[in-house]
Design a protein around this ligand. Sequence first.
Ligand code: COA
Length: 395
Amino acid sequence: MPAPTTPPTLTDGVVTLRAHRADDVPRMVEQCRDPASIAWTTVPVPYSETDAEDYGLKVLPEGWAKGTEWAFAVEVEGRYAGTISLRDEGPGRAEIAYGSHPDVRGTGAVLRALRLLVDWGFAELGLQTIVWQAFTGNWASRKVAWRLGFTVEGTLRCYLPQRGARRDAWIGTLLRDDPREPRSTWLEVPVLEGDGFRLRAVRADDAPRIHEGTAEPETERWLGHKPAPYTLDHATTFVERRRELEATGQSVTWAVADPDDDRILGTVLWFNHTPGVECEVGWWLHPDARGRGLATRAVRTVVDHVFATMDLKRVTALVAAGNTASRAVAERLGFGLYGIERYGAWVGAGRADLAHYDVTASEWAAAGARSSENATTNTTSPASDSPTPTTSGDR
Ligand SMILES: CC(C)(COP(=O)(O)OP(=O)(O)OC[C@H]1O[C@@H](n2cnc3c(N)ncnc32)[C@H](O)[C@@H]1OP(=O)(O)O)[C@@H](O)C(=O)NCCC(=O)NCCS
C-alpha cells in the first residue's frame, strides 16, 4: 500500500498527533535545550530557533514526501508537547523515535501518543517490525518502550553516534502481533522505613561510598567475586546493574540509608528468585556502619517484606563459613544452618567453605510472633554486631 505523504491527524481524545506548525517552534526550542534531550538525543548544541524551524517545517515534511520518516507533533491541551516518529528501515521495518517537552513528562502523554503511532504504523505502513534504540542508561525511554510491549534484545557496544562520538545502545523490537503491553516484570523498589534506617533504591550518587566501603580489607576478604582493585567505575557499574536487574525482574537491591542525611550505609538485596519457592538475601555494610546491629535490622525488614509480598516457601542466605560476623546476622534472625558446602564460597583468597542458611515462611512467622510478644516486655537495645558481607549477595 502506498505510504501517505502528509501526516494525518490522529487522536485518542487526550493527545493528538498532527503535522508540525510554526507556532510549535518556541516549545520545540525549550524541549531541545532541556538537559535530558541534550543527554539522550542528537539535538544540535546549542539549539536555536532556526534549528527548530528547519527541522519541524522543512526536514520532517520532506521525510513524509520522500517516505523516509513519518513524524508527528504531539499536542496535549492545545499545546505542542513533543515529537515522535517512525523512520524507514527498509521493507516492513521502521525505527521509533520520541522526545517530549519537559512539562508533559511523567504524565503518560508520550505513551498515549506512541500507542497511536505504533497502531498507525502497523496498519498504514504495513510494518512487521518496529525497532527501538536508546543510549544505554536512558531508563525513561526504556520504560516507555517496555510499556509499549517492546522486547529489549540486548546492548550494542559503541553503536549509536552522538556529536562526534559513538555510545553503547540498547536495542529492542516490537512485532506486529506482539501484545502491546509489558512482556516482563519491572520491579519497583519500595521505600521501607526501619528503626534508625530507611531502605530506598540505590542511586548513582551512592557510588563513591559504595566504592569507599568495598575497597577495604574486610569486604575484599569476603567478597572474592568483586573486581580487585575495586574502583569507582566498578561501583558505578554496580549501581547501573541494579536498574538492569530490577527492569528485568531478577532482583531488588535497597540502599540502607541514614534517615537523617540519606547517606548510604550498606545494601540489602533479594535475588535468585524461584517463584512459589524461594529467594536468597544478601547484605553488605559500609565499615562505618558496622557493629551496631544495623545489618540484622535491615535484613529483617527485607525478609519481612519478601515473605509479605512474594509467594515464598523459604528464604536462603549463603555466607562464607569463616565470616563469623555475617553468620551471626543470619543466626540472630533465626535462619537455620542446613549445610556446609566445601569450597562453595569465592572469597578474596580463593575458595572457602560456604555456610547455607534458610528460614521457612512458617518459621519466620512464628519468630515474628515471638518477638512481638517479647517487644512488650523487653526494652534492651539491639545486639551489637559487626556485620560483614554475605558471600553471594552481590552477583
Ligand atoms: C523518553 C521520554 C519521551 C519519556 O517520556 P516521559 O513522559 O518521561 O515518560 P513516562 O513518565 O511515561 O515514563 C518514564 C518512566 O521512566 C522512569 N525513569 C526515569 N528515569 C529512571 C531511572 N533512572 N531509573 C529507572 N526508571 C526511571 C520514570 O520514573 C517513569 O516511570 P514511572 O511512570 O513508573 O514513574 C522523555 O523522558 C524525554 O523526552 N526524554 C528526553 C528525550 C529522550 O530520551 N528520548 C528518547 C530517546 S531514545
